[in-house]
Design a protein around this ligand. Structure first.
Ligand code: FE2
Length: 376
């Protein structure tokens, strides 16, 4: 195809100009990566697969790469105060810095997104070792969050050149976490549509679902949300914004404590949510409580489901249905002392939506916690 035809097809969204193969990894900047890694290993069942730090010739930071099935997390800490990673942690606390996207061509992804208005974070860099080569490039998104494009060229090493292979020094059993289903961004007042447009213009995403404050509200507070998806649906980024209510929106609480926009939650998929949540609870992962009243008329609301209600109620798992099927989901409490990042565990049984039917029950639960923190 000539460039003209391609440009026209892109404009009409007939060709996905930026095919994504999925989420490559999520990198966190944290105050103490060694201890964070221990938490994700013991509580969530991740295995350490790679490492870089002073012992491997990296003098200013340490990074631990953890993996469970297709979920790959990187925990990074700076070794001195005079470092951008330390600045990030001082301002935001522990949080997500990088949402890395797996692409076929990181140079093309960089040039194409810059042409469409992206701000550069890192020019394409190719690194090589005995296992092959990896090219990365990066652009800024909301807040201080980055999208890194990762091109893996049949790389066979444990993570990337510069990292050495590592194994857990103790055995952990996995908890059935399979892949990252979606990552949600919290944006500031009046910013959601701007960010949505950015994902449309710069990354070629489409808005597949929208919720306004009439749909997402409780007696006290409200928020708005738009779900952005790439062409093949492998990468989904819901974008939230606070809305006015009688009391403070949970999104505003996040923005206050993260001191800016950032990643609110990472949703990880499982094939057996009852088993996964049983294991996570046994290892000390804290989930938001669900009131008993939620389960009394559950089947009237969602229709027949394969699971027994009893274990769902014991574990606090929520259920929602859309035209295509149903889903089961549960949310952790924030995993740091600042009420910022938390996790969602999700099992999809046909449903491709995000649990809109649970928003009210979920937000009431969040608000009870917000009230305990004195932030409602
Ligand atoms: Fe979610």
């Amino acid at each position: 195809m000539s460039t003209d035809i391609l440009d026209k097809a892109f404009a009409e969204k007939k060709v996905d100009f930026l095919p994504l193969k999925g989420t490559d990894h999520v990198e966190f900047y944290v105050g103490n990566a060694k201890q964070s890694a221990h938490y994700y290993k013991t509580a969530f069942g991740f295995n350490e697969v790679a490492y870089c730090g002073p012992e491997t010739g990296v003098k200013d930071r340490a990074s631990y790469v953890l993996q469970q099935d297709k979920v790959r997390l990187v925990l990074t800490t700076a070794l001195k105060s005079d470092h951008p990673i330390s600045d990030h942690v001082r301002k935001h606390g522990d949080g997500v810095k990088i949402l890395a996207l797996w692409v076929d061509d990181a140079k093309y992804a960089y040039e194409e997104t810059l042409k469409r208005g992206a701000k550069s974070y890192q020019e394409p860099i190719t690194k090589e070792d005995d296992f092959g080569s990896v090219t990365t490039s990066g652009i800024h998104t909301y807040g201080e969050t980055i999208h890194l494009f990762v091109e893996r060229n049949n790389y066979s090493g444990p993570f990337m050149p510069g990292f050495v292979q590592r194994e857990n020094t103790f055995k952990v059993e996995g908890t059935g976490l399979k892949y990252i289903d979606h990552c949600v961004g919290n944006t500031d007042w009046g910013r959601m549509n701007e960010v949505v447009k950015w994902y449309e213009d710069v990354l070629g995403f489409t808005n597949i679902l929208s919720f306004d404050d009439k749909q997402i509200h409780t007696e006290y507070s409200a928020l708005m949300s738009k779900v952005m998806s790439n062409g093949n649906g492998y990468v989904k980024f819901p974008i939230n914004e606070p809305a006015e209510g009688k009391k403070k929106s949970q999104i505003e609480e996040y923005i206050d404590f993260y001191e800016g926009e950032g990643v609110q939650h990472v949703a990880i998929a499982t094939d057996d949510i009852i088993d996964t949540v049983t294991k996570l609870r046994a290892r000390g992962v804290e989930f938001l409580p669900t009131p008993a009243s939620y389960y009394t008329d559950l089947l009237d609301r969602v229709g027949p489901i394969d699971e027994d209600i009893t274990p769902l109620q014991e574990l606090g798992i929520l259920v929602d249905r859309d035209e295509e099927g149903y889903l089961l989901q549960i949310f952790t409490r924030p995993v740091e002392d600042r009420p910022t990042l938390f996790y969602e565990i999700i099992q999809r049984k046909g449903a491709q939506s995000f649990g809109a039917g649970n928003f009210k029950a979920l937000f009431e639960s969040i608000e009870r916690e917000q009230e305990l923190r004195g932030n409602l």
